[in-house]
Write a protein that binds this ligand. Structure first.
Ligand code: ARG
Length: 366
């Protein structure tokens, strides 16, 4: 077995030189690998498959089983600390209270109602992660969630519709219906077109067991069977950011309770997510800000310069790796997920909005 694996170790050694930005490759320690039995060696390689098939990866690995982060800790702790910029002894703590203790009202910055979106990834502790699920696991996840969605019907804020991508499912979407929901950012894009997800096994059995639940106004959406078992999001146009945070928190508690099965949590890394980049809170909170002066000429460089030291990332409007809106609208979101609390993420976004708007106005009046 060891001899068969040697070519892989050699391949990784070459990638270390050719791809310095691939975190998984850089954190692979041949000595640690050599100390593992063949089963664990294979388990580590399964987690690294996406980053080895796609050497241009930034993170380059995904967990396959909920306890991979513990069982393969010497590898993951190093990769996690490098990506998140934290000490490898750090301990994540969850807390949904906002440090300011108020509503985080953006009218303080003279802003009108904007739409805030907060999503979290969650995985059930008793199933393999999406990278290692069998077809049967994917189907049973969808069945489990059907029962949860049934229970949500009695809650006026969360009552909605479930649509499925599973062939033959009673709620199966037609192709045009699916495409419309993708265009409206309600449901996720086809996973079998993403090379990272394919190599990782996350796109396996596509589109079986996949679907989406949403309220009529799209203010509450649950994705089933994308990168994590669940992606749960709340979206609201308003001025008080804390309202959306509180709504999401209560929805999560209701879902976990009605599923009768706990979400996976790690002692040190918080919420367990398939991708190590999302560990901790599993949360991304974002807002669309119109910054025409700061983005004049179509470049986001100036916005990024202001945003980076505030811990904020800037994206285009269509998600990861998309261009900014032609009118200068950008998606602003705190980068940190781990060793930051849920409340701190939203409060960091709030403070950042204030700073970016001030810089935009300063430029507008020049
Ligand atoms: N696996 C890809 C990489 O390592 C994406 C990682 C972050 N994105 C995500 N959707 N989890 O570059």
């Amino acid at each position: 077995m060891r001899d068969q694996l040697n070519p892989i170790v050699e391949k990784i050694a070459l990638l270390k030189t050719s791809h310095p930005a691939n975190i998984a490759v850089q954190c692979f320690d041949p000595e640690y690998f050599g100390s593992l039995d063949s089963g664990l060696q294979q388990r580590l390689l399964d987690c690294m498959r996406s980053g080895l098939d796609n050497p241009d990866s930034e993170m380059g690995c995904y967990a396959c089983l909920v306890d991979d982060y513990e069982v393969l800790r010497p590898f993951f702790a190093k990769a996690i600390s490098r990506y998140h910029g934290i000490d490898d002894q750090s301990h994540h703590v969850s807390d949904w209270t906002v440090p300011q203790g108020d509503m985080l009202d953006i009218t303080k910055f003279g802003l009108p109602a904007l739409s805030l979106r907060i999503r979290v990834g969650r995985n059930f502790a008793d199933l393999p992660l999406t990278s290692a699920m069998t077809l049967q696991d994917r189907t049973s996840l969808e069945t489990r969630m059907a029962a949860v969605f049934e229970r949500l019907q009695s809650n006026p804020e969360l009552a909605g519709t479930y649509v499925s991508l599973t062939p033959g499912h009673p709620n199966q979407l037609t192709k045009p219906e699916y495409e419309k929901l993708v265009a409206d950012h309600v449901i996720f894009k086809a996973m079998d077109a993403d090379p990272y997800l394919i190599s990782a096994g996350i796109a396996g059995d596509w589109p079986h067991g996949r679907g989406c639940y949403f309220t009529r106004d799209h203010s509450f959406i649950v994705w089933v069977g994308e990168e994590d078992h669940l992606r749960i999001m709340c979206m609201k146009k308003g001025t008080k950011l804390k309202l959306v945070l509180d709504q999401l928190h209560s929805a999560l508690q209701i879902i976990e309770r009605s599923a009768d099965s706990p979400f996976a949590r790690s002692n040190d890394f918080g919420t367990v997510t398939t991708c190590p980049t999302n560990l901790g809170t599993g949360m991304r909170a974002s807002i669309h800000l119109n910054l025409p002066h700061l983005t004049a000429g179509g470049s986001v460089d100036r916005v990024k310069e202001i945003a980076a030291p505030l811990g904020l990332g800037i994206r285009g409007m269509g998600g990861e790796h998309t261009p900014i809106g032609a009118d200068g609208t950008v998606d602003v979101s705190p980068r940190a997920r781990l060793c930051i609390t849920e409340g701190e993420i939203v409060s960091r976004l709030y403070e950042g909005i204030g700073q970016l708007i001030e810089a935009e106005r300063r430029l507008a009046s020049d």
